[in-house]
Design a binder for this molecule. Structure first.
Ligand code: AMO
Length: 398
Protein backbone atom coordinates (compact mmCIF):
# COMPACT_ATOMS: atom_id res chain seq x y z
CA UNK A 1 0.00 0.00 0.00
CA UNK A 2 1.33 3.42 -0.94
CA UNK A 3 0.28 6.82 0.32
CA UNK A 4 1.98 10.19 0.41
CA UNK A 5 4.25 9.12 3.25
CA UNK A 6 5.58 6.00 1.56
CA UNK A 7 4.69 2.33 1.34
CA UNK A 8 3.38 0.02 4.02
CA UNK A 9 3.54 -3.71 3.67
CA UNK A 10 0.24 -5.57 4.04
CA UNK A 11 0.92 -9.22 4.92
CA UNK A 12 -1.48 -12.12 4.45
CA UNK A 13 -0.39 -15.27 6.26
CA UNK A 14 -1.66 -18.54 4.92
CA UNK A 15 -3.70 -20.27 7.57
CA UNK A 16 -4.43 -17.21 9.70
CA UNK A 17 -5.65 -14.57 7.15
CA UNK A 18 -9.19 -14.64 5.77
CA UNK A 19 -9.05 -16.66 2.46
CA UNK A 20 -11.31 -14.02 0.96
CA UNK A 21 -8.43 -11.50 1.31
CA UNK A 22 -6.20 -13.66 -0.94
CA UNK A 23 -8.88 -13.71 -3.60
CA UNK A 24 -9.60 -9.95 -3.29
CA UNK A 25 -6.00 -8.73 -3.38
CA UNK A 26 -4.94 -11.35 -5.91
CA UNK A 27 -7.22 -9.93 -8.56
CA UNK A 28 -7.20 -6.25 -7.53
CA UNK A 29 -5.50 -4.11 -10.21
CA UNK A 30 -2.47 -2.08 -9.20
CA UNK A 31 -3.09 1.58 -8.24
CA UNK A 32 -6.60 0.87 -6.91
CA UNK A 33 -7.54 2.70 -3.71
CA UNK A 34 -8.06 0.45 -0.69
CA UNK A 35 -8.81 0.90 2.97
CA UNK A 36 -7.19 -1.68 5.22
CA UNK A 37 -7.80 -2.20 8.91
CA UNK A 38 -5.54 -4.50 10.82
CA UNK A 39 -2.89 -5.15 13.41
CA UNK A 40 0.41 -3.33 12.89
CA UNK A 41 3.67 -5.05 13.79
CA UNK A 42 7.14 -3.53 13.82
CA UNK A 43 9.09 -4.90 10.90
CA UNK A 44 12.48 -4.16 9.45
CA UNK A 45 11.48 -5.61 6.08
CA UNK A 46 8.87 -2.93 5.48
CA UNK A 47 9.66 0.54 4.09
CA UNK A 48 7.86 2.37 6.89
CA UNK A 49 9.02 -0.02 9.58
CA UNK A 50 5.60 -1.63 10.10
CA UNK A 51 3.70 -4.48 8.53
CA UNK A 52 -0.06 -4.60 8.67
CA UNK A 53 -1.93 -7.89 9.22
CA UNK A 54 -5.43 -7.08 7.93
CA UNK A 55 -8.69 -7.80 9.66
CA UNK A 56 -10.77 -5.90 7.08
CA UNK A 57 -10.12 -4.74 3.50
CA UNK A 58 -12.38 -2.42 1.54
CA UNK A 59 -11.86 -1.56 -2.11
CA UNK A 60 -12.65 2.16 -2.39
CA UNK A 61 -12.06 2.52 -6.15
CA UNK A 62 -10.79 -0.04 -8.63
CA UNK A 63 -8.17 1.08 -11.13
CA UNK A 64 -8.83 0.29 -14.78
CA UNK A 65 -6.52 -2.10 -16.57
CA UNK A 66 -4.18 -1.76 -18.28
CA UNK A 67 -2.60 1.34 -16.74
CA UNK A 68 -1.59 3.80 -19.48
CA UNK A 69 1.58 4.46 -17.50
CA UNK A 70 3.24 2.29 -14.90
CA UNK A 71 3.84 3.93 -11.54
CA UNK A 72 6.23 1.47 -9.94
CA UNK A 73 7.78 0.06 -13.12
CA UNK A 74 11.49 0.53 -13.52
CA UNK A 75 11.21 1.07 -17.28
CA UNK A 76 10.89 4.76 -18.11
CA UNK A 77 8.23 6.20 -20.39
CA UNK A 78 8.91 9.03 -22.84
CA UNK A 79 8.03 12.57 -21.76
CA UNK A 80 4.95 12.85 -23.96
CA UNK A 81 3.41 9.70 -22.51
CA UNK A 82 4.23 10.92 -19.02
CA UNK A 83 2.57 14.29 -19.59
CA UNK A 84 -0.44 12.72 -21.33
CA UNK A 85 -1.05 10.70 -18.16
CA UNK A 86 0.43 13.19 -15.73
CA UNK A 87 -1.72 12.24 -12.74
CA UNK A 88 -0.23 8.74 -12.77
CA UNK A 89 3.23 10.14 -13.46
CA UNK A 90 2.97 12.45 -10.44
CA UNK A 91 2.35 9.43 -8.20
CA UNK A 92 5.99 8.42 -8.60
CA UNK A 93 7.90 9.46 -5.48
CA UNK A 94 10.81 10.78 -7.56
CA UNK A 95 8.44 13.04 -9.50
CA UNK A 96 6.67 14.23 -6.38
CA UNK A 97 10.11 15.10 -4.93
CA UNK A 98 10.49 17.78 -7.63
CA UNK A 99 7.32 19.50 -6.45
CA UNK A 100 8.41 19.37 -2.83
CA UNK A 101 11.58 21.13 -3.98
CA UNK A 102 9.49 23.63 -5.91
CA UNK A 103 7.29 24.38 -2.89
CA UNK A 104 10.35 24.80 -0.67
CA UNK A 105 11.94 27.18 -3.19
CA UNK A 106 8.77 29.29 -3.33
CA UNK A 107 8.48 29.36 0.46
CA UNK A 108 12.18 30.20 0.78
CA UNK A 109 11.84 33.10 -1.64
CA UNK A 110 8.80 34.48 0.16
CA UNK A 111 10.59 34.36 3.50
CA UNK A 112 13.75 35.97 2.14
CA UNK A 113 11.83 38.79 0.46
CA UNK A 114 9.59 39.51 3.43
CA UNK A 115 12.63 39.60 5.73
CA UNK A 116 14.14 42.24 3.47
CA UNK A 117 11.10 44.49 3.63
CA UNK A 118 9.51 43.55 0.29
CA UNK A 119 5.72 43.62 0.01
CA UNK A 120 4.10 40.76 -1.91
CA UNK A 121 1.80 42.10 -4.63
CA UNK A 122 -0.42 40.81 -7.43
CA UNK A 123 -0.80 42.67 -10.71
CA UNK A 124 -3.23 42.20 -13.63
CA UNK A 125 -2.64 39.46 -16.15
CA UNK A 126 -5.11 40.81 -18.71
CA UNK A 127 -3.50 43.80 -20.34
CA UNK A 128 -4.06 46.38 -23.01
CA UNK A 129 -0.45 46.19 -24.15
CA UNK A 130 2.68 44.10 -23.66
CA UNK A 131 6.04 45.13 -22.28
CA UNK A 132 8.43 42.53 -23.66
CA UNK A 133 7.97 42.82 -27.41
CA UNK A 134 5.11 41.90 -29.71
CA UNK A 135 6.32 38.56 -31.03
CA UNK A 136 5.45 36.60 -27.91
CA UNK A 137 2.12 38.24 -27.03
CA UNK A 138 -0.99 36.08 -26.62
CA UNK A 139 -4.02 37.94 -27.85
CA UNK A 140 -7.40 37.25 -26.26
CA UNK A 141 -10.90 38.54 -27.00
CA UNK A 142 -11.79 41.00 -24.29
CA UNK A 143 -15.48 41.67 -24.98
CA UNK A 144 -15.43 43.95 -28.03
CA UNK A 145 -11.69 44.67 -28.11
CA UNK A 146 -8.41 42.81 -28.02
CA UNK A 147 -6.40 42.29 -24.86
CA UNK A 148 -3.16 40.46 -24.15
CA UNK A 149 -1.99 38.01 -21.52
CA UNK A 150 0.78 39.49 -19.38
CA UNK A 151 4.30 38.49 -20.48
CA UNK A 152 5.58 39.91 -17.19
CA UNK A 153 4.40 42.28 -14.44
CA UNK A 154 7.03 44.77 -15.62
CA UNK A 155 4.98 47.94 -16.03
CA UNK A 156 2.93 47.37 -12.88
CA UNK A 157 5.81 46.61 -10.59
CA UNK A 158 7.40 49.88 -11.70
CA UNK A 159 4.12 51.74 -11.18
CA UNK A 160 4.05 50.43 -7.62
CA UNK A 161 7.43 52.06 -7.05
CA UNK A 162 5.72 55.26 -8.22
CA UNK A 163 3.01 54.46 -5.68
CA UNK A 164 5.61 54.64 -2.93
CA UNK A 165 5.73 50.92 -2.09
CA UNK A 166 9.55 51.00 -2.38
CA UNK A 167 10.12 47.24 -2.42
CA UNK A 168 7.70 44.79 -4.03
CA UNK A 169 7.79 41.24 -5.25
CA UNK A 170 5.34 39.04 -7.12
CA UNK A 171 5.23 35.32 -7.87
CA UNK A 172 2.75 34.79 -10.68
CA UNK A 173 2.13 33.24 -14.08
CA UNK A 174 3.61 34.91 -17.14
CA UNK A 175 2.54 34.04 -20.67
CA UNK A 176 4.67 34.04 -23.78
CA UNK A 177 3.71 32.81 -27.22
CA UNK A 178 7.14 31.23 -27.66
CA UNK A 179 7.16 29.98 -31.21
CA UNK A 180 10.26 27.85 -30.60
CA UNK A 181 10.05 24.45 -28.99
CA UNK A 182 13.02 24.27 -26.60
CA UNK A 183 13.86 22.63 -23.27
CA UNK A 184 14.07 26.12 -21.64
CA UNK A 185 10.86 27.75 -22.81
CA UNK A 186 7.24 27.38 -21.80
CA UNK A 187 4.22 29.36 -22.92
CA UNK A 188 3.08 29.64 -19.29
CA UNK A 189 5.77 29.99 -16.66
CA UNK A 190 6.08 31.32 -13.14
CA UNK A 191 7.90 34.59 -12.92
CA UNK A 192 9.32 35.83 -9.67
CA UNK A 193 9.61 39.56 -10.05
CA UNK A 194 11.09 42.12 -7.72
CA UNK A 195 11.37 45.89 -7.92
CA UNK A 196 13.28 48.22 -5.60
CA UNK A 197 13.08 52.01 -5.30
CA UNK A 198 15.82 54.48 -4.35
CA UNK A 199 18.58 52.25 -5.64
CA UNK A 200 22.08 53.50 -6.24
CA UNK A 201 22.90 51.56 -9.40
CA UNK A 202 22.81 47.92 -10.43
CA UNK A 203 24.98 46.66 -7.56
CA UNK A 204 22.14 47.32 -5.09
CA UNK A 205 20.01 44.93 -7.14
CA UNK A 206 22.67 42.27 -7.57
CA UNK A 207 23.65 42.10 -3.90
CA UNK A 208 20.00 41.77 -2.91
CA UNK A 209 19.26 39.13 -5.54
CA UNK A 210 22.27 36.96 -4.67
CA UNK A 211 21.51 37.05 -0.95
CA UNK A 212 17.88 36.12 -1.62
CA UNK A 213 18.92 33.23 -3.87
CA UNK A 214 21.46 31.85 -1.39
CA UNK A 215 19.05 32.08 1.49
CA UNK A 216 16.37 30.32 -0.55
CA UNK A 217 18.69 27.47 -1.49
CA UNK A 218 19.74 27.13 2.15
CA UNK A 219 16.12 27.02 3.25
CA UNK A 220 15.24 24.42 0.61
CA UNK A 221 18.19 22.24 1.58
CA UNK A 222 17.13 22.20 5.23
CA UNK A 223 13.47 21.65 4.46
CA UNK A 224 14.13 18.80 2.02
CA UNK A 225 16.88 17.29 4.15
CA UNK A 226 14.52 17.08 7.12
CA UNK A 227 12.03 15.16 4.97
CA UNK A 228 14.54 12.79 3.44
CA UNK A 229 14.01 14.19 -0.05
CA UNK A 230 16.96 12.97 -2.15
CA UNK A 231 17.07 16.24 -4.11
CA UNK A 232 18.47 17.99 -1.00
CA UNK A 233 21.92 16.57 -1.73
CA UNK A 234 22.07 18.05 -5.22
CA UNK A 235 21.46 21.64 -4.12
CA UNK A 236 24.44 23.90 -4.70
CA UNK A 237 26.58 25.25 -1.91
CA UNK A 238 27.65 28.71 -3.04
CA UNK A 239 28.73 31.97 -1.45
CA UNK A 240 28.26 35.64 -2.22
CA UNK A 241 29.40 37.62 -4.06
CA UNK A 242 28.72 35.79 -7.30
CA UNK A 243 31.32 36.61 -9.98
CA UNK A 244 30.38 39.60 -12.16
CA UNK A 245 31.46 39.02 -15.75
CA UNK A 246 31.08 41.98 -18.10
CA UNK A 247 29.30 41.28 -21.38
CA UNK A 248 32.45 42.44 -23.21
CA UNK A 249 34.49 39.70 -21.47
CA UNK A 250 31.95 37.08 -22.58
CA UNK A 251 32.25 38.33 -26.15
CA UNK A 252 36.03 37.98 -25.95
CA UNK A 253 35.67 34.43 -24.60
CA UNK A 254 33.35 33.63 -27.47
CA UNK A 255 35.88 34.97 -29.96
CA UNK A 256 33.73 37.85 -31.19
CA UNK A 257 34.91 40.95 -29.31
CA UNK A 258 32.71 44.00 -29.79
CA UNK A 259 30.12 42.14 -31.88
CA UNK A 260 27.24 43.37 -29.67
CA UNK A 261 25.24 40.29 -30.53
CA UNK A 262 22.89 38.87 -27.88
CA UNK A 263 23.93 35.61 -26.24
CA UNK A 264 22.35 32.41 -27.51
CA UNK A 265 21.86 29.18 -25.57
CA UNK A 266 25.09 27.70 -26.94
CA UNK A 267 27.05 30.86 -26.08
CA UNK A 268 25.72 30.69 -22.53
CA UNK A 269 26.84 27.07 -22.20
CA UNK A 270 30.37 27.95 -23.33
CA UNK A 271 30.50 30.79 -20.81
CA UNK A 272 29.09 28.54 -18.07
CA UNK A 273 31.74 25.88 -18.71
CA UNK A 274 34.48 28.49 -18.62
CA UNK A 275 33.21 29.95 -15.32
CA UNK A 276 32.90 26.49 -13.78
CA UNK A 277 36.49 25.67 -14.81
CA UNK A 278 38.14 28.99 -13.89
CA UNK A 279 36.04 30.10 -10.94
CA UNK A 280 34.38 26.91 -9.76
CA UNK A 281 30.98 28.47 -9.12
CA UNK A 282 27.56 27.59 -10.54
CA UNK A 283 26.12 31.12 -10.08
CA UNK A 284 27.44 34.22 -11.82
CA UNK A 285 26.24 37.47 -13.30
CA UNK A 286 26.77 38.67 -16.84
CA UNK A 287 26.81 42.45 -16.46
CA UNK A 288 26.83 45.67 -18.47
CA UNK A 289 24.74 44.62 -21.44
CA UNK A 290 25.30 47.18 -24.21
CA UNK A 291 22.46 49.49 -25.18
CA UNK A 292 22.61 47.96 -28.67
CA UNK A 293 21.65 44.56 -27.22
CA UNK A 294 19.03 45.75 -24.69
CA UNK A 295 17.46 48.60 -26.63
CA UNK A 296 14.28 46.68 -27.40
CA UNK A 297 13.73 46.80 -23.63
CA UNK A 298 12.38 50.35 -23.56
CA UNK A 299 12.17 50.53 -19.78
CA UNK A 300 15.93 49.86 -19.34
CA UNK A 301 18.07 52.74 -18.15
CA UNK A 302 21.27 53.78 -19.90
CA UNK A 303 24.34 54.34 -17.80
CA UNK A 304 25.04 58.02 -17.16
CA UNK A 305 28.81 57.49 -17.39
CA UNK A 306 28.59 55.60 -20.70
CA UNK A 307 25.40 55.83 -22.78
CA UNK A 308 26.42 52.83 -24.90
CA UNK A 309 25.97 50.62 -21.83
CA UNK A 310 23.04 49.71 -19.64
CA UNK A 311 23.27 48.52 -16.04
CA UNK A 312 21.43 45.39 -17.18
CA UNK A 313 22.56 41.98 -16.05
CA UNK A 314 21.59 38.33 -16.29
CA UNK A 315 21.91 35.89 -13.42
CA UNK A 316 23.19 32.59 -14.76
CA UNK A 317 23.22 29.14 -13.21
CA UNK A 318 25.53 26.63 -14.90
CA UNK A 319 25.22 28.25 -18.30
CA UNK A 320 21.49 28.94 -18.20
CA UNK A 321 19.91 32.38 -17.75
CA UNK A 322 17.60 32.24 -14.78
CA UNK A 323 17.01 35.94 -14.15
CA UNK A 324 17.52 39.24 -15.85
CA UNK A 325 17.08 42.80 -14.74
CA UNK A 326 18.69 46.13 -14.08
CA UNK A 327 18.13 49.79 -13.28
CA UNK A 328 15.20 51.35 -15.14
CA UNK A 329 14.79 54.59 -16.97
CA UNK A 330 12.91 56.73 -14.44
CA UNK A 331 12.74 60.00 -16.41
CA UNK A 332 9.58 60.33 -18.45
CA UNK A 333 11.12 62.24 -21.37
CA UNK A 334 13.79 59.58 -21.91
CA UNK A 335 11.25 56.81 -21.51
CA UNK A 336 9.20 58.37 -24.33
CA UNK A 337 12.34 58.50 -26.48
CA UNK A 338 12.97 54.81 -25.83
CA UNK A 339 9.37 53.92 -26.67
CA UNK A 340 9.59 55.81 -29.95
CA UNK A 341 12.96 54.21 -30.77
CA UNK A 342 11.46 50.78 -30.09
CA UNK A 343 8.52 51.48 -32.41
CA UNK A 344 5.93 51.51 -29.62
CA UNK A 345 2.88 53.78 -29.63
CA UNK A 346 3.16 55.86 -26.45
CA UNK A 347 -0.62 56.30 -26.44
CA UNK A 348 -0.92 52.66 -25.31
CA UNK A 349 1.29 53.35 -22.29
CA UNK A 350 -0.33 56.48 -20.83
CA UNK A 351 -1.29 54.80 -17.56
CA UNK A 352 2.31 53.68 -17.11
CA UNK A 353 3.83 56.99 -18.17
CA UNK A 354 1.68 58.91 -15.72
CA UNK A 355 3.45 57.13 -12.87
CA UNK A 356 6.65 58.91 -13.94
CA UNK A 357 5.18 62.39 -13.98
CA UNK A 358 4.49 63.03 -10.31
CA UNK A 359 7.71 61.94 -8.65
CA UNK A 360 9.45 58.64 -9.46
CA UNK A 361 12.61 57.57 -7.63
CA UNK A 362 15.48 55.77 -9.34
CA UNK A 363 14.54 52.11 -9.28
CA UNK A 364 15.22 48.74 -10.76
CA UNK A 365 14.49 45.06 -10.38
CA UNK A 366 14.59 41.71 -12.02
CA UNK A 367 12.50 38.86 -13.35
CA UNK A 368 13.46 35.37 -12.24
CA UNK A 369 12.30 32.18 -13.94
CA UNK A 370 11.08 29.82 -11.22
CA UNK A 371 10.64 26.85 -13.57
CA UNK A 372 14.14 27.14 -15.01
CA UNK A 373 15.59 27.40 -11.54
CA UNK A 374 13.71 24.40 -10.14
CA UNK A 375 14.56 22.33 -13.22
CA UNK A 376 18.25 23.21 -12.84
CA UNK A 377 18.33 22.50 -9.11
CA UNK A 378 16.66 19.13 -9.64
CA UNK A 379 19.02 18.29 -12.50
CA UNK A 380 16.19 18.00 -15.04
CA UNK A 381 17.08 18.25 -18.70
CA UNK A 382 13.69 19.68 -19.67
CA UNK A 383 11.93 22.65 -18.02
CA UNK A 384 8.55 20.97 -18.57
CA UNK A 385 9.34 18.45 -15.83
CA UNK A 386 9.43 21.28 -13.29
CA UNK A 387 5.75 22.09 -13.90
CA UNK A 388 2.78 19.99 -12.84
CA UNK A 389 0.87 20.46 -16.08
CA UNK A 390 3.20 22.13 -18.58
CA UNK A 391 2.05 24.34 -21.41
CA UNK A 392 4.05 24.69 -24.57
CA UNK A 393 3.42 25.38 -28.21
CA UNK A 394 1.84 21.95 -28.71
CA UNK A 395 0.43 21.08 -25.31
CA UNK A 396 -2.84 22.37 -23.82
CA UNK A 397 -3.91 19.07 -22.20
CA UNK A 398 -4.26 17.83 -19.58
P1 AMO B 1 12.98 38.20 -19.25
O1 AMO B 1 12.18 38.25 -20.48
O2 AMO B 1 14.46 38.01 -19.40
O3 AMO B 1 12.84 39.55 -18.41
O4 AMO B 1 12.41 37.06 -18.30
C1 AMO B 1 12.92 36.89 -17.00
C2 AMO B 1 13.20 35.42 -16.72
O5 AMO B 1 12.03 34.65 -16.91
C3 AMO B 1 12.35 33.38 -17.42
N1 AMO B 1 11.65 33.18 -18.70
C4 AMO B 1 11.07 32.03 -19.08
N2 AMO B 1 10.96 30.84 -18.48
C5 AMO B 1 10.29 29.85 -19.13
N3 AMO B 1 9.73 30.00 -20.33
C6 AMO B 1 9.79 31.18 -20.99
N4 AMO B 1 9.19 31.32 -22.17
C7 AMO B 1 10.50 32.27 -20.36
N5 AMO B 1 10.76 33.54 -20.70
C8 AMO B 1 11.46 34.09 -19.69
C9 AMO B 1 13.85 33.34 -17.59
C10 AMO B 1 14.23 34.80 -17.63
O6 AMO B 1 15.53 35.02 -17.16
N6 AMO B 1 10.57 42.20 -17.36
C11 AMO B 1 11.86 41.53 -17.45
C12 AMO B 1 12.49 41.33 -16.10
C13 AMO B 1 12.96 42.61 -15.45
O7 AMO B 1 13.72 43.38 -16.09
O8 AMO B 1 12.60 42.85 -14.29
C14 AMO B 1 11.66 40.18 -18.13
O9 AMO B 1 10.57 39.69 -18.29
O10 AMO B 1 14.41 32.71 -16.45
Amino acid sequence: MRDVAGTTQVTLKRGSADPEFFRLLGELPRESVVEVEGTPKLSEKSHRGVELFPTAIRVVTRAEVPLPLGVVDKVGADLDTRFNHRVLDLRKPAVRAIFELRAAVLEGFRRAFVERGFLEVETPKLLRQGAEGGATLFRVDYFDRPAYLAQSPQLYKQMLIGAGFERVFEIAPAFRAEPSDTVRHLTEFTSLDAEMGYIDGAEDLRTTLESVVLETVRFARERLGARGNPLADGLPVATAPFPRIPFATCEAWLGRPGAEQDLGAEDEKIIGARVAKDLGTPFYYITDFPTAVKLQTFYAGRRDDDPTLTGYFDLEYQGLEIASGGPREHREARLRENLAAGGFDAANFEGYLEAFRYGMPPHGGWGFGVDRFVASLAGLANIREARLFPRDRYRLDP
